[in-house]
Design a binder for this molecule. Structure first.
Ligand SMILES: Cc1cc2nc3c(=O)[nH]c(=O)nc-3n(C[C@H](O)[C@H](O)[C@H](O)COP(=O)(O)OP(=O)(O)OC[C@H]3O[C@@H](n4cnc5c(N)ncnc54)[C@H](O)[C@@H]3O)c2cc1C
Length: 303
């Protein structure tokens, strides 16, 4: 109840107040902010993946502008020698307005990253987008085998099968590269596991399948039991360090992040930035009202 109430009033709260809890999780408003944050993480031995935050777009002009912003991000990050790649959300490029236009924009962003021998991760959004996002990934992966990866969500009942279905795109020379996360959207019980233990169990089963197939898992979690379960699997299969990585969100669980890094694993941090941070934060809380407790804690405990 309280969470729902907060998620409803949040959009009317002063942006300055909301910034107090957001600033630890968002790199800033400009490309330069993101590049600086990424370089700082690089100094700690952490790789990055930069993401431009966006509201749902209303027309294809916005999709075009967003594509141009990504091209600029890549240009600036590469010139600054950031050690990292890029993540994007297909709806930001018009997926829900015109799938073909979104495909063309995403393809162009991947082409740009490929010109620097770099890589773009296609984030996974909610289930109305899943098939379309897998399809776009498939088409682009065929053209740029080394420069694109996809996110899969362990809470979705279909994910294990999706990994198997995509196996035809895998080879030993250019392995499939999947980021596995739990999944952030509120999905119906017919499509998604709901219990913490179930989601974790499927997370580790999906990672094990990727390891057995020789794929490149990017293990994206801040959950200690999942990290420890992943360690056990990596050890069981004696999986080489260059064939996987861990990932975390900017500003989240820095002590745990350091422990993973200190144990000798590759760590990549997701660096979100953009002018639309306020809309992004309030929408995220609306999607997942339990996030509201994070805000309350931040306001009361961090001032
Ligand atoms: C690099 C990266 C990329 C992602 N990309 C996607 C994507 O494309 N699609 C998608 O649906 N989801 C994505 N997610 C989000 C993911 O699905 C989860 O919602 C999120 O990571 C929380 O799950 P968890 O595995 O950390 O476990 P949880 O069980 O949710 O959390 C474990 C613990 O981590 C801490 N924690 C987790 N999240 C936060 C937070 N935001 N602030 C403070 N503490 C926190 C808390 O201490 C919590 O107890 C991504 C996550 C990461 C790390």
């Amino acid at each position: 109840m309280l969470n729902k109430l907060i998620s409803n009033i949040l959009p009317y709260m002063p942006q300055k107040l909301v910034w107090q809890f957001s600033k630890d999780y968002i790199a800033g408003e400009t490309i330069d902010d993101a590049v600086q944050a990424a370089l700082k993480l690089n100094e700690e031995g952490i790789l990055t993946t930069i993401d431009v935050l966006g509201e749902f777009i209303k027309n294809l002009d916005e999709a075009e502008a967003n594509k141009n912003e990504y091209l600029e991000v890549i240009e600036k990050a590469e010139k600054a020698n950031v050690k990292g790649n890029y993540s994007l959300k297909p709806t930001f490029f018009g997926l829900l307005i015109d799938k073909e236009v979104a495909y063309k924009h995403i393809r162009e962003v991947v082409e740009k990253a490929a010109s620097y021998n770099n890589f773009v991760r296609i984030d996974m959004e909610d289930t109305p987008c899943t098939d379309m996002e897998i399809d776009i990934f498939r088409r682009i992966k065929e053209e740029f085998p080394e420069n694109v990866g996809l996110v899969l969500q362990s809470y979705l009942k279909r994910t294990h099968q999706d990994i198997k279905n995509l196996k035809d795109l895998h080879s030993e020379e250019v392995p499939l590269n999947f980021r596995l996360c739990k999944g952030i959207y509120v999905e119906p019980a017919s499509l998604a596991y709901k219990k913490y233990d179930e989601i974790n169990q499927h997370f580790l089963e999906d990672i094990e399948l990727m390891i057995k197939e020789g794929m490149y898992p990017a293990i994206a979690t801040h959950d200690k039991p999942v990290i420890e379960g992943s360690y056990k699997l990596l050890e069981k299969y004696n999986y080489p360090k260059e064939k996987y990585e861990f990932q975390m969100l900017y500003g989240v669980t820095p002590a745990l992040r350091k422990s993973v890094l200190d144990a000798g694993h590759t760590m990549r941090v997701y660096v979100p930035f953009g002018q639309h941070w306020f809309g992004y934060c309030t929408r995220r809380v609306k999607e997942n009202p339990s996030m509201a407790m994070v805000i309350i804690k931040a306001i009361f405990f961090k001032g």
